[in-house]
Design a protein around this ligand. Sequence first.
Ligand SMILES: CC(C)(COP(=O)(O)OP(=O)(O)OC[C@H]1O[C@@H](n2cnc3c(N)ncnc32)[C@H](O)[C@@H]1OP(=O)(O)O)[C@@H](O)C(=O)NCCC(=O)NCCS
Length: 286
Amino acid sequence: MATEWVISRLGEADRAAWANVVESVGWRFDPAEIDLLFATGEAWGAYLDGQLAGVASVYRHGQSLAWLGNVAVVPDVQRRGLGGKLIDHALRQLDLGAGPVPVGLVARKELAPLYARFGFRAVGEVVRLRADRVLAPHLPQEPMAADASDDAWLEDAYRLDGAAFGADRSQLLPRVVRAADKVIAVRDEANKVQGIGLALSSATGMRLGPIVAQNDIMALHLMHLLAEDVDGPIAMDVPAERSSFLHRLRKLGFEGQASSVMMLRGAPALPGQRQHLYALLRPAFG
Ligand SMILES: CC(C)(COP(=O)(O)OP(=O)(O)OC[C@H]1O[C@@H](n2cnc3c(N)ncnc32)[C@H](O)[C@@H]1OP(=O)(O)O)[C@@H](O)C(=O)NCCC(=O)NCCS
């Protein structure tokens, strides 16, 4: 059996081969998602006898946090050590480039032992929710909402995301905002941004996230404003700690599809005011 393997950094010319690998494990992305997921990270590829057989991406969020995502090995060469080698390589390169930096990830629970080998520890759970139709929530007053027709408040929105997420995503977020179908900000009477939400279409339906809010009611408002015109399935990834929000979402038609583990290495806890993070941007980004 062939065992010649080599790991190298993937570039623009490898985008189609990268897409083939992630599709081989059943993930479906449309071209705009591939732009975001491939082009915004450092993608590494494992070649087995000259064929791209596995990939892993690292996303750097400022100087203080990185995220590991889109780790995939083509099915017919799985369980031969390639995934582990890729993860090890991506993490070493990250340490070389930036010095030791905390790294997070979201993974299926059965893969936790794989990541534990590299020092990752479980720090939370994420629930994938899906709905074909979302009921309108009964909420108190309407918040002052604005869509992204003018950019003046976007800096405030990035700051709000950074405070909740615990790292600066201002490199990534402008690209996400450009690709988004809908961007909503909630402002208070003083016009200060207090909450933000994004809707991004994907090959499997509309994804809502990130949603950053001051409380459950504001998060539900944002969800509703993002979801109200959507025709088709809606998905969101919600931290399990937002239990009362999850409860309300279930009453509005969302069903829990799967729950994943959030893991971290290099720090005891995730940074940021996570109580304000109601939906993740994507599991691959955090
Ligand atoms: C996860 C994945 C990348 C692992 O790649 P791989 O090349 O098979 O990994 P390795 O051979 O290095 O496996 C190392 C260890 O990880 C664990 N592991 C790997 N795949 C596993 C699976 N499907 N279920 C449970 N444990 C698994 C095992 O402990 C394995 O050691 P073992 O083979 O001695 O039992 C690959 O299975 C894959 O692409 N899966 C589908 C996509 C996916 O779920 N990606 C992860 C997203 S977080």
